[in-house]
Design a protein around this ligand. Structure first.
Ligand code: ATP
Ligand code: MG
Length: 480
């Protein structure tokens, strides 16, 4: 008991106090202490490690794959850490590509499978980084000069200072993400008591959490993601500074926030991730338009059903498209704007197009939704009023529309959360599966009052906002 207490105090002292921080101590855990199932290691990852080791470099499987193997889960992908520089890695493989600027790595490709190979990085010491930001020479010399840079808030702009395995272990985010597995020797290397934390199901930031959040505010989103995904408890020192550091997310480029948000939503734990984001007060910076939505019961119901659906799809091994997800997250705002514009006298489709413009432009200030995705989102939204039109001409062309499936799933979701008539969703479900005869019969049975207006509406193009096109292609949104 006392030994346990001393050990706990000792652990805390290593990692939460910057003044006394030092490298974790390297411990090698043989098979008897790790029980990794070798059969779960992707042959391509194994091949990469072996090739690097045969060429005289150090190489380990690292990160989420080791964590998941130790937890008995099947890893979703494999990352490799090595002492070889990207330039040394590339020629060893037939298809290898150097990628990234902020964080240079090598993608080794085997068909469509990618093994990410990253060179050991050294931890930035804040002083050296600040000196570099001021263009001074540092103890790290020319290498650091060229490759390390921070902004005025301490955010690391480029992270390409190579180091040793000891260095690399220290600059990783959580102790449970800093476990290295050598499949050749069958040992796990643990510097920061990651194995202990894994057993205790605890998420603990390596080093001084405040400094680590300053270097990279996205680490706070990673706290939410891993707490949700792993169901781990957050260590106090890791949790405590998040409230005061949350605003640092404002400095993160919108494109990176987009990538991280996709990860949060697409990893099969979207509902739990959103709960964690809200608990940590981090959702404001990401999807500002989501705040008011979640405060209204009908908005919250819709978003939660969308995320529950997404989690269920992923659990069944299916994928969830980012356009569908973001279309769901922002729908409530679009709908509100749509109603307001219609009240001002705009024709329905023009108003919907205008509402989409406004919402996407407001969102783009914080989180850059890629254009390819926002185009699809617009189509999903623009097709919603077309479900009201159940005449032969419109209904048959809608079913043939390339985005019909996504738009129909969206309608079903609206119906389930009380925003659309469930009978209408049911009707379309049957209609799209019916043969020509069945469809004709169904159309005939629709009462004229429920078939929707077939009157042509003239559609005015609004000027494009934020470089977006003025709306979906006429074939998708125009009833004509
Ligand atoms: P997942 O299973 O979701 O992919 P992961 O732990 O592998 O989880 P990745 O984003 O693939 O997460 O990152 C791989 C590893 O790289 C992490 O385990 C961690 O060691 C390190 N890492 C990634 N992002 C950061 C970061 N922002 N700061 C420090 N270390 C990071
Ligand atoms: Mg990973």
């Amino acid at each position: 008991m006392i030994r346990k207490l001393i050990k706990r105090l000792f652990n805390g002292a290593i990692d939460s106090n910057p003044a006394t921080r030092r490298l974790g101590q390297r411990r090698e855990l043989p098979r008897a202490q790790h029980h990794i199932d070798a059969g779960r290691i992707a042959p391509n990852a194994l091949a990469v490690v072996k090739k690097l080791q045969e060429a005289g470099y150090e190489a380990y499987i690292v990160g989420g794959a080791v964590r998941d193997l130790l937890l008995g889960h099947k890893p979703k992908d494999f990352d490799v850490a090595t002492s070889a520089t990207p330039e040394q890695v590339k020629p060893l493989f037939r298809r290898a590509f150097l990628i990234g600027r902020r964080f240079r790595i090598v993608h080794v490709m085997f068909g469509r499978d990618i093994i990410e190979v990253s060179t050991y990085r050294a931890l930035h010491d804040a002083q050296a980084a600040e000196a570099v930001a001021g263009n001074e020479r540092t103890a790290k010399g020319a290498l650091a000069d060229k490759t390390l840079a921070v902004d005025s808030s301490g955010r690391v702009l480029r992270d390409n200072v190579w180091g040793t395995l000891d260095d690399d272990a220290e600059r990783r985010d959580f102790t449970v993400n800093a476990l290295y597995y050598d499949p050749v020797r069958d040992v796990v290397v643990d510097y920061h008591h990651g194995m202990d934390d894994l057993r205790r199901r605890r998420l603990r930031m390596i080093g001084d959490p405040i400094q680590r959040y300053r270097e990279d505010p996205v680490r706070m989103l990673r706290v939410a993601r891993f707490a949700a995904k792993l169901g781990f408890e957050l260590e106090t020192a890791t949790l405590a500074p998040i409230a005061e550091c949350a605003d640092l997310l404002a400095n993160v480029p919108a494109a990176r926030l987009f990538d991280e948000t996709i990860k949060l939503l697409q990893t099969g734990h979207a509902v739990a991730s959103l709960q964690q984001l809200r608990r940590l007060g981090l959702h404001h910076g990401l999807l500002p338009l989501l705040d008011p939505v979640l405060e209204k019961p009908e908005g919250e119901r819709f978003v939660l059903s969308a995320l529950e659906d997404t989690d269920a799809r992923i659990a069944q091994g299916k994928t969830a498209s980012p356009s569908f997800l973001f279309a769901c997250l922002l729908w409530h705002d679009v709908e509100q704007r749509w109603n307001a514009l219609r009240e001002q006298g705009e024709a329905p489709l023009v108003a919907l197009d205008g509402a989409a413009d406004e919402v996407l432009a407001a969102q783009a200030e914080r989180l850059a939704i890629q254009r390819r995705i926002s185009t699809d989102m617009r189509e999903i939204w623009a097709l919603q009023p077309r479900f009201e039109r159940r005449t032969a001409r419109y209904a048959n062309s809608l079913v043939d529309h390339p985005r019909f499936r996504a738009a129909f799933d969206f309608l079903s979701l609206r119906a389930r959360s009380g925003q659309a008539d469930p009978a209408l969703a049911q009707w379309w479900d049957e209609f799209h599966l019916a043969d020509a005869e069945g469809r004709a019969a169904m159309l005939q049975a629709v009462p004229a009052s429920a078939a929707g207006s077939a009157k042509r509406r003239r559609r005015r193009r609004k000027p494009a906002a934020n470089g977006e096109s003025g709306g979906p292609a006429p074939s998708s949104a125009d009833p004509a």
